[in-house]
Design a binder for this molecule. Structure first.
Ligand SMILES: [Zn+2]
Length: 150
């Protein structure tokens, strides 16, 4: 019998700090949420789509997009998923839920956490609303999560 070696797995961890620019559109998007609890999109002058998250270029029409519009913090649940695994692979008793919410007045949708609801209470197409954190720092987690509209 040959001496077959087994693969050896080595484990380690690396802490990485980084900084990146949110860009023109992302910066205004996050500032409006942080300072005014307003969710903004950009409107394409050619196809009329309202892009949320905002972009300064319409990838369908190949034109610059400069018009800013406020969209609602309420919308419709497009889809969702739940996980009973933490980011470290550990098993969780309560799932975390992520969904796509199409905000009123916007095309496309925002991917975000769903809170204040159990998975069995959620239905595709149901009305949802953003819950803003009291302390906001200028990132997407200034929206704590979306919850079913009351
Ligand atoms: Zn367009």
């Amino acid at each position: 019998m040959e001496n077959q070696s087994q693969p050896i797995k080595l484990q380690g961890s690396i802490e990485i700090s980084y900084e990146w620019s949110a860009g023109v559109a992302g910066s205004r998007f996050f500032q409006e949420i942080r300072d005014n609890k307003r969710i903004m999109g950009t409107k394409c002058p050619k196809c009329g789509r309202v892009l949320v998250p905002p972009r300064i270029f319409c990838e369908e029409c190949f034109v610059d997009v400069e018009e800013w519009v406020e969209v609602s913090s309420k919308g419709e649940l497009v889809t969702f998923g739940e996980s009973y695994l933490g980011t470290d692979g550990s098993k969780l008793k309560e799932p975390w839920i992520v969904g796509i919410i199409r905000l009123d007045g916007a095309d496309g949708g925002l991917i975000h956490y769903i809170g204040e609801a159990r998975p069995e209470e959620l239905k595709i197409g149901m009305r949802m609303e953003a819950v803003f954190n009291e302390k906001r720092n200028g990132n997407i987690l200034d929206i704590k999560h979306f919850r079913p509209s009351k």
